[in-house]
Design a protein around this ligand. Structure first.
Ligand code: AGP
Length: 614
């Protein structure tokens, strides 16, 4: 994940910017850079140093060609648009403006097109477009602050920004729309950073920008504006105690923090699998998957446990629908004991956040022993599975601390959907137009997740009703059937309330006998081709007294508004990305129910983060 740090003060900043970047190394990156406004012979100049690779390379560059000043920004980059090169490393410059950025600007190609006759671009990054837009706005006579505010309104996506402008002395501009951004309060200086960890060597007094906020910092003043440009005051959090407190930031639990990281983490997952600039999925070479060509794969066999298994179950639908590739999904603890009839040209794909789950590892080894090609979709790249599989596919979700998997789940889904599209393209089932449409849907995921997080308050209210239940049902059809299973698992594992997920069409074959007055039933149903059938299943339980919560979109809500007491309306999204977006609602539902019941959300009883025993 990219990292941002900035300092505006009255003493040299370059060394402390680099120190701040070192505290961001845990987020993962592939290049780094700093930019400072330097006084040379009384003349201020915007200068930068950048380097591909680790921060030590940047330090060597700065030693070789020193830069310094009292105001600067710095960045660790996880390649999103454009290759891992020094040229594409942040900060990006245009005219007087320097920008560091975390996340995805979805509409950057249109914005770039609007400037192409006036500006010359040096990179393929979305970040550089932002620098040109601010600089262009200043050329029309706007102040730095107004140029920044105007530009923000034109950007679509999920992003965090830090900006310095030569000639606009002593000010740093910052904005948050999705990925987090914090402000640190200093003595005669102030700071911006991606999180409290980045700022921990500079300040313990942290202001967390809220969604849509932007800010102007000087050495002795901090002005924060909301999305409507109204000046606001935000709470100051005093970071006390261990680094863990800093890591949790202003979140009560790691699980909540990780739910809220998903706009940022899915953006980083996407970077590995798509080329947003050319609206294409990455294939073999770019995926560093020498030898994996889906044209030669005759079957995919997923093996996983728990939440990872439900992600793989969704992927089964995608691989068969988008790539016409026969696909199985087995829970790993069952797989090898059923003595599967393995066939040549089967790709065995393990899905595991930790890469250490004993059942999944044993199944992977079983496939390897039987001569299959093996892959692993994994979060921990140093794990045993990553070391033993033929192909390693990263999900780039960053460390997941909460035992209940959230950001890893949506990262797994995002990566699996990208892979299914890649398979479809390689097998000739997805043409260029369809590829562009599907890849554009993928780039909307971070923003759509960000919009869904705004349902938090409504979902918290519903959770209080759930917390009184002795049993809860989750229903879904198609790709939302595995989501129903995941929703039930999430609720069980952190609130200890019994819950079951069912294919909506299956309830009438027995389980409906359990429905009685007041039984909560969560129905996951966007207005897709299965909506009507799911609604009739909903009515079957409603007429028997169930207390139904419908999770749908605007069209679905209009259709069902007088059928159910509670409707959660998600953003209107493509049917293909809906499971990723709707996952946010079931995560928040289980989180708030557990908090209401006072269970140990991050370390629920009887559970371990990685089950390394069979
Ligand atoms: C998810 O919330 C659970 N903690 C658990 O089901 C987990 O998904 C499962 O143990 C698999 O772990 P892995 O992804 O690390 O292999």
């Amino acid at each position: 994940m990219c990292g941002i740090i900035g300092i505006v003060g009255n003493r040299p900043v370059a060394g402390r910017l680099i120190e701040g970047l070192k505290r961001l190394e845990y987020r993962g990156y592939d290049s780094a850079g700093i930019a400072v406004i330097q006084e040379i012979d009384g003349q201020s100049t915007l200068v930068r140093r950048r380097a591909k690779g680790k921060i030590v390379k940047l330090e060597e560059r700065v030693k070789l060609e020193p830069v310094d000043g009292f105001l600067g920004i710095a960045h660790t980059r996880w390649a999103t648009h454009g290759a891992v090169t020094k040229t594409n490393a942040h900060p990006h410059f245009a005219g007087q403006v320097g920008v560091v950025h975390n996340g995805i600007i979805e509409n950057f190609t249109e914005l770039r097109g609007a400037l192409k006759d006036k500006r010359s671009f040096h990179t393929q990054t979305d970040t550089e477009v932002v620098a040109h837009m601010i600089d262009e706005a200043m050329r029309t006579g706007l102040s730095g602050q107004d140029a920044f505010a105007q530009t923000l309104k034109q950007l679509r996506g999920a992003f965090a920004l830090g900006v310095v402008i030569d000639g606009v002395a002593g000010q740093i501009f910052a904005a948050r729309k999705g990925p987090p951004l914090a402000i640190g309060i200093g003595d005669g200086e102030n700071y911006i950073g991606s999180d409290a960890i980045a700022l921990s060597s500079l300040s313990k007094q942290i202001i967390y920008l809220e969604e849509g906020d932007w800010a102007v910092l000087t050495d002795d003043n901090i002005q924060i504006y909301d999305a409507k440009d109204t000046e606001v005051k935000r709470d100051i959090t005093h970071i006390t105690g261990s680094m863990a407190a800093a890591e949790k930031g202003n979140y009560r639990h790691f699980m909540r923090k990780e739910i809220y990281e998903q706009p940022e983490t899915t953006a980083h997952t996407l970077t590995h699998y798509i080329d947003a600039f050319n609206h294409k999925v990455k294939t073999e070479d770019a995926l560093k998957l020498k030898g994996l060509d889906f044209k030669t794969v005759e079957r995919v066999s997923f093996i996983a446990c728990g939440t990872a298994a439900y992600a793989a179950m969704v992927a089964k639908y995608w691989f068969e629908q988008l790539a016409h590739l026969p696909t199985d999904m087995d829970v790993a603890s069952e797989f090898r004991y059923r003595r599967p009839a393995l066939t040549d040209n089967t790709l065995a794909m393990a899905v595991s956040q930790s890469g250490e789950t004993a059942d999944t590892l044993a199944a992977l080894r079983y496939c390897k022993d039987h001569g299959l090609q093996t892959g692993v979709l994994v979060n921990v790249l140093s794990s045993t599975m990553a070391r033993e599989a033929d192909y390693v596919l990263p999900i780039n979700a960053g460390p997941e601390i909460g035992v209940a998997s959230t950001k890893a789940f949506t990262a797994q889904l995002t990566a699996l959907l990208s892979l299914a599209i890649t398979a479809g393209v390689q097998r000739g089932h997805i043409d260029t137009q369809a590829e562009k449409r599907l890849v554009d849907s993928l780039t909307h995921i971070p923003r759509h997740i960000n919009e869904t997080l705004k349902l938090d308050g409504q979902i918290e209210n519903l959770a209080h009703m759930l917390s009184k239940a002795k049993s809860v049902f989750y229903l879904g059809r198609g790709v939302h059937y595995p989501l129903a299973l995941e929703g039930a698992l999430k609720l069980k594992e952190i609130s200890y309330i019994h819950a079951e997920g069912y294919a909506a069409g299956e309830l009438k074959h027995g389980p409906i006998a359990l429905i009685e007055e007041g039984t909560p039933v969560i129905v996951i149903a966007p207005s897709d081709e299965l909506f009507e059938k799911t609604i009739s299943n909903l009515q079957e339980v409603a007429t028997r007294g169930a207390k139904v919560v419908l999770i749908t979109d605007n069209k679905g809500a209009k259709h069902a508004h007088n059928m159910v007491p509670h409707i959660i309306v998600c953003p209107d999204v493509s049917p293909v990305t809906a499971p990723i977006i709707y996952a946010i609602t079931i995560q928040l539902l289980s989180y708030h129910t557990a908090v209401h019941l006072g269970t140990d959300v991050d370390q629920p009883r009887n559970l371990a983060k990685s089950v390394t025993v069979e």
